[in-house]
Design a protein around this ligand. Sequence first.
Ligand code: TRP
Ligand code: SF4
Length: 400
Amino acid sequence: MFVDRVLSGMRPTGMLHLGHYQGVLKNWVRLQHEHECLFFVADWHALTTHYDDVAVIEQNVWDMVIDWIAAGVDPSRAALFIQSQVPEHAELHLLLSMMTPLGWLERVPTYKDQQEKLTEKDLSTYGFLGYPLLQSADILIYRANHVPVGEDQVPHIEFTREIARRFNHLFGREPGFEDKAEAAIKKLGSKKAKLYDDLRKRFQEQGDDEALEQARALIVDSQNIALGDRERLFGYLEGGGKVILPEPQALLTEASKMPGLDGNKMSKSYNNTIAMRDDADTVSKKIRTMPTDPARVRRTDPGDPANCPVWQFHLVYSDDGRRAWVTDGCKSAGIGCLECKQPIIDAVLAEQGPMRERAQPYLEDPTLVRNIVADGCEKARDLARDTMRDVREAMGLSYT
Ligand code: TRP
Ligand code: SF4
């Protein structure tokens, strides 16, 4: 709502695979051309579930950032940084924790799900319960308005919106708010001020959401008013106090259609992945040994792509013409499975070519990645510090 800003984070799971590329990273690459973007490694989040396995985190962090760059995430367009290097996330998390009802955290669906799924670990920890709130702090500290996430994370964004609303409600009040808001309206100039008044009335009296959106856009377009007044104008629209932490929106990332080598979803835990940086021989071998339609015992047995994981790859990598060739050839036993797999091998290698090229300089000189991340951290810290100044002030902790 303040500026057009996208933020997203990923746990440091190490080398990424083509599922990450097709799902999340291609989306990031597109977004970096359309918005201001911040992407970070959620290393503290990794600790909420892997607190007993910290040795791998650092290497995983660097490998993952290299894979982001390999995918085409451009450090000159997007700030890339590490969560723990911006300690303000922790400060905001702490302050938000004071006003977060326990029941809200216990009701987050991933809480019970994960506890039930990861039974080999003791997840009855304070950190694990609080992790959605840490995620809220990650988002709110940058006043990000768009958060690209998968379906499973949408409840966390909803939760973040509730936290922001509660925060603004509790701490956005200031003495003389109405007078200050009215004064801020005048500063818009008479034409815009009248429009603001009309739109506000339409929203408050008739619940007209479109009027609310238009009024917000009007504030966003009014570049020449002070930040405090902007916050008042946003808050006054909805009847509350100042908006100190704007509510973010989830930008739903479509689930990747990338299948794994065995036909299940591609995932490290299923051991069915092709890594973004697997070399050509590994890729060829992995695809050549993929299972196919079990009906095709001999080369002369006809098969059905519907029963074959290789077909799923053709859905990602092949055009209509080649798909027709596969379907006809498979059903008539006109082509062999290795023949059918070759275009997939070629397509994956072609996709990986530019990735390998982009990653190469960083593999040769690791200080390059360190420098990119240092720059990203600095940018993130500047933004985070600004928010924390307002948050501390709102909570009576500025001691000036
Ligand atoms: N919780 C996310 C995940 O497990 C990662 C994450 C942490 C995140 N903080 C975030 C995503 C902030 C978006 C915004 O995938
Ligand atoms: Fe699968 Fe292709 Fe073999 Fe048919 S020909 S079973 S689609 S690999």
